[in-house]
Design a protein around this ligand. Structure first.
Ligand code: ADP
Length: 494
């Protein structure tokens, strides 16, 4: 096996021969030393056992019929205390049953006396292979155990019977477990933290049915470690575990403490809100003053002055828009807006938004269509957030269709989700661009978009809102053909 950790080849193979017949001991010693093995001899079971206790042997050649301590007793002791030592039994013709018995008790093989040097060599070399495989397995296991035990992530493996196969100390601590020896216990007895127990149950479907449909679940959970301590936030991943033929055999739960990240994120959002808040008022007042001048209230303007001031007005207007959007983003990130949720009639919200955007669409020669079924189930969401999602998607669809065209808004209930679609026949984007448009400040820059104003924040806001409602957003787009944005939001259960 090609294992870079394996150093077993570096040290010589150590063999102990325990036999009361000097002739056999000497013959074995000669043959095996010739093969390059390190051979030690013991004339009886007791001395043999003492040697095994003192140092490690890869292989023990053991005579069964010896006075005093019998070979079977020596075998039992070695199997019990030194399971990675391989025992080969040497036995006379008359005791074949004993040899079979010895195999049943854990001997690797047996060599009947008298044996040829070749027989001895072949059996020993088979045993060496076996011993290497055993050592590889046990070393790999112990390396994995050390690795898992030292991970800063909490790791739990459970089987389909809900039993714990592996749980590292970090997991036990994070999951508020009161047991130190969780192996074999039902995971529901091991996890002390109720919401985590529920999440694992939900993510694994309780291991009912054939489990084919179970997928990886990723969710954030707030843990309350104690009354004094600050609330901890943990990212929980429940990963279905399948065997080679693809059958579900259990699940792995990984806990990642993201409290510090969350804290930094909140500080960053606070900073952004503070800065944008401070910028917004002076900018709005500059805008108002410019408007006063542009309306001629401060005296007449030459055409050149008007042109310059109009450009300044537009640029500052954009900046003011950006500060408003930054403020929105920071508010959403700090989780403030989504706190108030109610059952919403999305059909009504869509119709209102479509009517609100119709004048702008018409002025750009765009036909705005709403395709909404007669009845749509309600969803639980924040009204202002939903209006913002629609407004952003509609504004973009109109804005990025500079040559007119059709913008269609449609909605449907699909499975457990409510799907909202905004389709346009505008500029479209290539694949690279569609991957980046949800990043803050990202804007597609080319000849067609040069004159279109924007901040690059709208879609970042939309994505944040959708995700904070446990939904998803995706885009499909073809350059010069158009784009379709789809938002999925979970339907109210039951
Ligand atoms: P903004 O429109 O203010 O630049 P957004 O975050 O709303 O910011 O959009 C990011 C970028 O994605 C836009 O700059 C634009 O290049 C691209 N984009 C968004 N919607 C569309 C669309 N419907 N068609 C083509 N490109 C779009």
């Amino acid at each position: 096996m090609n294992d870079i950790w394996n150093d077993s080849d570096a040290s010589p193979i150590r063999i102990l021969v325990i036999d009361d017949e000097p002739r056999i001991r000497e013959a074995c010693s000669m043959v095996l030393e010739d093969c390059g093995y390190e051979v030690t001899l013991a004339p009886d079971g007791l001395k043999g056992l003492n040697l095994v206790q003192e140092s490690y042997f890869d292989i023990v050649l053991l005579d069964l019929m010896m006075p005093e301590l019998s070979g079977l007793d020596v075998l039992a002791n070695i199997r019990e205390c030194y399971p990675d030592t391989v025992v080969i039994v040497i036995t006379g013709y008359a005791t074949v049953e004993h040899s079979v018995d010895a195999m049943k008790r854990g001997a690797f093989d047996f060599i009947p006396k008298p044996f040829s040097p070749e027989q001895l060599r072949v059996t020993v070399s088979k045993a060496i292979e076996f011993n290497r495989a055993l050592r590889d397995i046990s070393e790999t296991r112990s390396r994995l155990r050390t690795l898992v035990n030292r991970l800063s992530e909490g790791v739990l493996c459970i089987n389909r019977q809900h039993r714990v196969v592996l749980a590292n100390p970090t997991f036990l601590r994070m999951a508020a477990s009161t047991t130190l020896a969780p192996w074999g216990l039902d995971y529901r007895e091991v996890i002390g933290f109720e919401p985590l127990k529920e999440l694992v149950h939900e993510a694994t479907g309780g291991f009912e049915g054939d489990g084919d449909a179970i997928e990886e679940t990723v969710r954030e959970l707030a843990l309350c470690p104690g009354e004094e301590a600050e609330e901890a936030v943990v990212l929980v991943r429940v990963i279905p575990f399948r065997n080679r033929p693809g059958r579900l055999v259990g699940a792995i739960v990984v806990l990642n403490d993201i409290t510090a990240l969350k804290h930094m994120d909140r500080m960053k959002s606070d900073f952004v809100s503070m800065v944008s808040h401070e910028l917004r008022s002076p900018m709005n007042s500059v805008l108002m003053q410019l408007q006063v001048i542009l309306e001629g209230l401060a005296g007449d303007l030459t055409p050149k002055q008007r042109e310059i001031l109009e450009r300044a007005y537009e640029k500052i207007g954009n900046l003011a828009q950006m500060t408003t959007e930054l403020l929105d983003l920071a508010t959403i990130e700090s989780g403030l807006i989504v706190s108030e949720r109610s059952l919403l009639d999305m059909a009504a919200i869509i119709r209102d938004q479509v009517e609100f955007h119709r004048p702008r669409a018409e002025s750009e020669s765009i036909c705005l269509i709403a395709e909404i079924p007669e009845s749509l189930p309600p969803i639980r969401a924040n009204r202002r957030n939903m209006e913002e999602v629609l407004s952003n998607l509609l504004t973009n669809a109109i804005k990025y269709s500079p040559n007119g065209g059709v913008v269609t808004v449609s909605a449907e209930a699909a499975g457990d989700y409510f799907a909202l679609r905004v389709r346009d026949t505008g500029l479209g984007m290539n694949e690279e661009e569609t991957k980046k448009i949800f990043q803050r400040f990202y804007r597609v820059r080319n000849q067609d978009t040069r004159s279109i104003q924007g901040t690059g924040l709208g879609l970042a806001i939309v994505q944040k809102i959708v995700e904070s409602h446990q939904g998803k957003i995706a885009v499909e787009s073809i350059p010069q053909k158009g784009s379709t944005f789809t938002v999925w939001l979970p339907l109210e259960k039951g």
